[in-house]
Design a protein around this ligand. Structure first.
Ligand code: SF4
Length: 429
């Protein structure tokens, strides 16, 4: 989501006559787009701001801005603590950058964290978005369809930093998707904190997928993250029936114990989650499934953790994004009894990753000799005749002996595996 927002900021700024530079020393404007999902986010922001101070001393006209979730949360504190900062803006305010910068040029320090109506903002943005003079989007692009979340899981800061859930108008989403495809995008990943609860102008998430599937030249559609409670048969059918929708699902489980899931306020039990997995696999037997897991949630016992291990053995996820629980200030779980000792969390994370590594090896072995379609995303370092890409199941694949170009869709045969990727040879037609 932050990558997507950063891209939007770049486009807004290009429309305001800024150009992008890789060199911090050359910049007239530096924006830190911050994220508070991971631990110690504010400290990291202040430490980076400290490191930028010498640049400001050298170039007093340098403008420094802080945007994103930490800015939304901290607001004025950032202006008070970091005197080098000229503007602080929230997650809804990136489209106001030109006005904020004008304000800074007038000698003011700017704070803009007001919540804005998503629909209004997007409607205003679309005419600018289709301008031709911006950088070409990649072969893979993100597209935000909802923002915010109404779920209030007890460990999560998102509903505070990004606000309540709002769905974007389908007309604007389809326009943006068409614009991306006309500029070379082959794969779009739809973004939302709870992407499958999308609903706007009488259209739900599955309706939207059907419309996107009609776009000529859009070869692949993915989405992240769906909430298990909103995964239903219609969505499983869309994964089965729509050519562009990849047979891949990221379905966050978070824990295998019902006691822990209840305290997390995840709104499903393990059995209900497993029913969704069965539903998908009944329709699309070769679908890949990845997940998010938290270990060491307050009150998690050894027996609870054992249930997490059993769950991952049962589902056989292709990939797990696993984290130790850490407190987000202002979230209920931060005040829960039963905080788990750090050493226990470390050990549980190690055990989980070890178990998962074994499962991934087994899955990779099963894929040996199989045919896959890979979207070529780029060169492979130090091997001129190799290319890197992703299969429809989102496996990272290195293809040997090919001169394929970025954006090509290649049929390959899997010939080997490394820890984080598969190796393949092109299939001869
Ligand atoms: S559904 Fe996701 S974004 Fe929403 S509160 Fe829960 S963890 Fe956070």
């Amino acid at each position: 989501m932050n990558e997507y927002d950063t891209d939007k900021m770049l486009k807004v700024l290009q429309g305001d006559n800024y150009t992008y530079t890789e060199k911090t020393d050359d910049a007239d404007l530096i924006i830190l787009n911050t994220c508070s999902v991971r631990e110690k986010a504010e400290q990291k922001v202040y430490s980076l701001l400290g490191r930028l101070r010498p640049l400001k001393d050298k170039n007093p006209n340098l403008v420094i801005g802080v945007g994103g979730c930490v800015a939304q949360q901290e607001g004025r504190n950032i202006l008070d603590r970091a005197k080098t900062v000229d503007m602080v803006f929230g997650t809804d305010n990136l489209f106001d950058l030109p006005e904020m910068l004008e304000d800074v040029r007038q000698g003011n320090r700017v704070l803009q964290t007001e919540r804005k109506a998503y629909k209004q903002k997007v409607r205003n943005f679309i005419p600018d978005f289709t301008f031709e003079n911006t950088s070409t989007p990649g072969v893979k692009s993100y597209l935000s369809i909802t923002k915010g979340c109404n779920n209030f899981c007890t460990f999560c800061i998102v509903p505070t930093t990004r606000g309540l859930e709002v769905s974007r108008e389908p007309e604007n989403i389809l326009l943006e998707a068409q614009s991306l495809v006309s500029q070379g995008t082959k794969e779009i990943c739809l973004l939302g904190q709870n992407v499958n609860s999308y609903r706007a102008n009488g259209m739900d998430f599955v309706d939207l997928l059907y419309h996107l599937n009609e776009i000529q030249g859009l070869e692949r559609i993915r989405f992240t993250s769906p909430h298990p409670k909103d995964f239903n048969e219609d969505l499983a059918n869309a994964l089965k029936n729509l050519d562009s929708v990849c047979e891949q699902l990221h379905l966050p489980l978070q824990a295998g114990s019902d006691q822990v899931l209840r305290r997390m306020k995840r709104r499903y039990t393990l059995a209900q989650y497993l029913e969704k997995v069965d539903l998908l696999r009944a329709k699309v037997p070769h679908a890949t499934i990845s997940t998010d897991m938290i270990v060491g949630f307050p009150g998690e016992t050894d027996a609870d953790f054992q249930k997490t291990l059993e769950a991952i053995e049962q589902v056989r996820f292709n990939q797990i994004y696993a984290f130790k629980f850490s407190i987000r200030p202002g979230t209920p779980a931060g005040n829960y009894d039963g905080q788990v000792e750090e050493a226990v969390k470390v050990e549980r994370l190690r055990t989980l990753l070890e178990t998962q590594e074994r499962i991934v090896k087994d899955i990779q072995n099963e894929l040996m000799g199989s045919e896959q379609e890979v979207l070529v995303e780029g060169a492979y370092p130090r091997e001129p005749e190799s290319r890197a890409g992703r299969s429809r199941g989102h496996h990272s694949v290195v293809i040997r002996n090919t001169d394929a170009k970025v954006g090509d869709l290649l049929k390959v045969r899997i010939t080997g595996a490394k820890k984080y990727s598969l190796e393949a040879e092109p299939m001869v037609a």
